[in-house]
Design a binder for this molecule. Structure first.
Ligand code: SF4
Ligand code: SF4
Length: 409
């Protein structure tokens, strides 16, 4: 007798435990060490009767496998079956041949100006988890580009197939003539999605009227935490697809405080027509990450086949992104700024993608098989990640799971 998982099910082994993904229902089933070993051998077509003996189990492997048959995740067979897992991409992709480079997300900084001084701003030492959807100013960065350059780089990004455009600053609402030219051009090019990041500090009634002209626009409205009545009023007046992004400083809070206060704030917005994405900032995430649910199981929730296959080849966040700063420099990540890949005043995006291919690949193809200890973790293909807040590109410190013990903290 043999047992095999169904084609839509995928077994992934970790150092201690394992998981199976059900890509029909987008569910993840956690496996104990014993269940992992039984399923691993079953998937290698070892006869079920031999598995318990081979593993020196006290119970029977058949009982373990029956549990998965009952859940409709696998089947017993009289003869050794051949089951090819369902895929969206060829299994050879990323191994024997490379996918063509594809720019998916393009970040454009329209200026580097702001009169405020939030502690979590890019020029300050405090870090935030979603720095890329925050407004930021950076010391010494010029505003070298004029409107014409922006329409030209958007044309270039369009030719490279960019799907999502992220516009930000500084205060992106400072020059509404320029912003209007950029947004109008985005509409002409029919990008599938355009996102604009601003801060509650920047929004006045005139800006609200301006933004309401662009009903298809997605706005990330950054704001302080707790959420002020002014922010709620702005949120109530905006007609675009609005996501409120309150930034919680967790430095002096306990884990319970963080959960309780966020829940309290959430109650203020839950019946409003806005989405909600809490961001977290800290002066030292190595001390504070264990208070934040995003570094726990929450990070592994995306169990779609599309995301799984993407994570096999690319970094879940860095893969496919490029950023252009207000001085025209091109980077991969908006936050990690080791070295510019070129400047759009002197060259264009396709030349940068052609000539700096290897440097770009270093970021885009940084899948979890290249990162310690993620390479030994069963969640490595369904786990969200931000490299910009880790001290080492190739090492994860900020995670509440230890794949070697199989325990969440
Ligand atoms: S409002 Fe935005 S750009 Fe201005 S200081 Fe705060 S984080 Fe930085
Ligand atoms: S960050 Fe790494 S170790 Fe943590 S759950 Fe994700 S893949 Fe596993």
């Amino acid at each position: 007798m043999f047992f095999r998982l169904n084609p839509e099910i995928r077994l992934i082994l970790g150092a201690k435990n394992g998981v199976i993904y059900d890509f029909l229902d987008n569910k993840v089933y956690e496996l104990s060490s014993e269940e992992k070993s039984v399923l691993e051998l079953a998937e290698k077509s070892k006869e079920v009767e031999e598995i318990s003996r081979y593993l020196g189990m006290e119970g029977s492997a058949t009982e373990v496998l029956e549990k998965y048959k009952e859940k409709n995740l696998g089947e017993f067979y009289e003869q050794k079956p051949y089951i090819e897992p369902l895929r969206l991409k060829s299994p050879l992709s990323g191994t024997f041949y490379e996918s063509p480079p594809h720019l998916t997300n393009f970040f454009v900084e329209l200026n580097n100006n702001c009169q405020h001084d939030c502690p979590y701003c890019g020029r300050n030492t405090m870090k935030r988890v979603f720095g890329c959807i925050g407004c930021n100013v950076r010391d010494g960065q010029k505003n070298a580009l004029e409107g014409g350059y922006y329409t030209s780089v958007l044309d270039q990004a369009y030719k490279l197939g960019a799907g999502q455009i992220f516009l930000s600053g500084g205060n992106v609402l400072e020059d509404l003539d320029m912003l209007s030219a950029v947004l109008d051009h985005c509409e002409e090019l029919h990008f599938p999605a355009v996102f604009l990041t601003c801060h509650e500090n920047h929004v006045n009634p005139y800006a609200v009227n301006f933004l309401n002209r662009y009903t298809g626009l997605n706005v990330f409205l950054n704001c302080s935490f707790p959420v002020s009545s002014r922010t709620l009023e702005i949120a109530g007046n905006l007609q675009c697809n609005l996501t409120l992004v309150p930034v919680v400083d967790v430095t002096d809070m306990s884990e319970e405080d963080v959960t309780e206060k966020i829940q309290h704030e959430y109650e203020k917005v839950q019946n409003r027509r806005v989405s909600w994405q809490i961001d977290y900032c800290s002066s030292d995430f190595t001390k504070d990450y264990s208070k934040i649910s995003l570094f726990g199981k929450e990070r592994t929730k995306n169990a779609t086949l599309q995301f799984f296959e993407r994570c096999q080849e690319y970094h879940p966040c860095l893969g496919g992104i490029l950023t252009i700063s207000s001085d025209g420099n091109v980077y991969v990540c908006r936050v990690i700024r080791e070295k510019s890949l070129g400047n759009v005043v002197d060259t264009n995006l396709s030349e940068i993608m052609r000539n700096r291919k290897e440097e770009i690949k270093k970021f885009w193809n940084l899948n979890r098989d290249k990162i310690t200890p993620c390479r030994n973790c069963e969640y490595r293909y369904s786990c969200m990640d931000c490299r910009a807040i880790e001290a080492d590109m190739y090492y994860t410190n900020l995670c509440r799971y230890d794949p070697h013990t199989g325990k969440w903290t």
